[in-house]
Design a protein around this ligand. Structure first.
Ligand code: NAD
Length: 345
């Protein structure tokens, strides 16, 4: 509970249903700007405390992402402790997600769920049989896979970094090193390739690397070598907490800007990047386009409008960089302060 207080929590809701085996938590961090939006994870947790910590950390992140992007939404998240042996489809899974849908409905629209790790568009369709407060369903109103939008936003964010760092409006001939070429990393590589960017990529899945080598002429390196690549930009698009004492000391880039969530191992690594003269695009500001896209469902989905809004990530980052420059502060701290001035005033 102390952790929840530290994070300045709004609401926590727990559901335990013996019949279906559902054990779920919804964390609603902040509702000042509007109803909370955030994905539903359904993964194995060794203990309920682990699930609680995860959902608290993630929901807070959604508040910051929505607020810095100017969306009329708060931050929330839900986790389902995946029952051992839960099948990927079939009646047992349907019953679990129906019950989860009832749980979401009982919150009266203060929180809207969506797909996340361990859940699928099919699960969202099941939830939608019990509540209207679900996004990312497969009917006509759904916005589909958010990853290409996230990557588009990350590309606009990298362009803002290039403007700030080099005062350049084009990307031609720049070199970007991408860590993780799954969904977001792959679509980012495609966007950058189209702009004439030279790419180095890595992934723990060989086929993902090969796809980028074949399609975009990317250079491949081993996963641990990505931190030593001399390039303009390092784009983390895989795991969280990869910017730590060791990796920050190794980087040979001018800019860190990528799609992964929670890139800094600790907040102080934002200062460590600044000390090394590396411009850091705060993760929740640069990777918000997927959220923009799914939130658009609430006002009638329109892909063009979604792109237009996501493009705002460019100006948003320039605003953060200007404030950081003027005050000699790390960009992550400046972004946090901007959000906190809005949501906790
Ligand atoms: P993904 O699973 O499709 O891709 C991640 C890739 O990283 C995989 O190909 C995986 O093999 C690779 N990887 C894992 N460990 C690695 C390592 N040590 N070194 C190199 N590669 C490694 O996931 P995704 O949807 O592309 O998401 C990537 C990141 O972006 C995550 O942090 C996610 O939270 C964040 N994110 C995604 C979205 C979205 O729209 N998908 C939106 C916002 C943030």
């Amino acid at each position: 509970m102390r952790y929840a207080e530290q994070l300045r929590y709004g609401e926590l809701h727990v559901c335990h249903d013996e019949k279906t085996g559902l054990r779920a938590i919804v964390a609603i961090h902040n509702l000042k700007l509007g109803p909370a939006i955030g994905g539903t994870r359904c993964i194995h947790y060794a203990a309920s405390d682990d699930a609680l910590r995860d959902v608290l950390r993630l929901a807070r992140g959604m508040t910051y992402k929505a607020a810095i992007t100017g969306l009329p939404h708060g931050g929330g998240k839900s986790v389902i402790m995946r029952p051992p042996g839960l099948p990927d489809r079939g009646p047992e899974r349907v019953a679990l997600f129906e019950r989860f849908g009832d749980f979401i409905e009982s919150l009266g629209g203060r929180y809207l769920c969506a797909e996340d790790s361990g859940t699928t568009p099919d699960d969202m369709d099941v939830i939608a049989t019990r509540t209207q407060y679900v996004l990312g369903t497969q009917d006509a109103a759904g916005s589909g896979d958010p990853s290409p939008f996230t990557s588009f936003g990350v590309r606009r964010g990298i362009e803002a970094c290039v403007k700030e760092r080099y005062n350049r409006d084009d990307m031609k001939g720049l070199h970007v090193a991408i860590q993780g070429v799954g969904k977001v990393g792959y679509y980012l590589a495609r966007e950058l390739h189209q702009l004439g960017v030279e790419l180095t990529v890595t992934d723990v899945i060989d086929a993902n690397v090969r796809r980028c080598v074949d399609e975009f002429g990317a250079t491949a390196v081993a996963p641990d070598e990505i931190y030593d690549v001399e390039a303009a930009v390092f784009a983390p698009c895989a795991l969280g907490a990869i910017l730590d004492d060791r990796s920050v000391a190794r980087l040979r880039v001018d800019i860190v800007a990528g799609g992964a969530n929670n890139q800094l191992a600790e907040d102080r690594h934002g200062q460590a990047l600044l000390d090394r003269g590396i411009l850091y695009a705060p993760d929740y500001a640069i990777n918000a386009a997927g959220l923009v896209n799914v939130a658009m469902e609430l006002e009638g989905y329109d892909a063009d409008k979604s792109h237009q809004l996501a493009s705002g990530i460019y100006d948003n980052l320039l605003r953060i960089f200007a404030a950081a420059r003027e005050n000699g502060l790390p960009t992550n701290l400046v972004a946090d302060r901007m959000v906190e001035a809005i949501i906790f005033d």
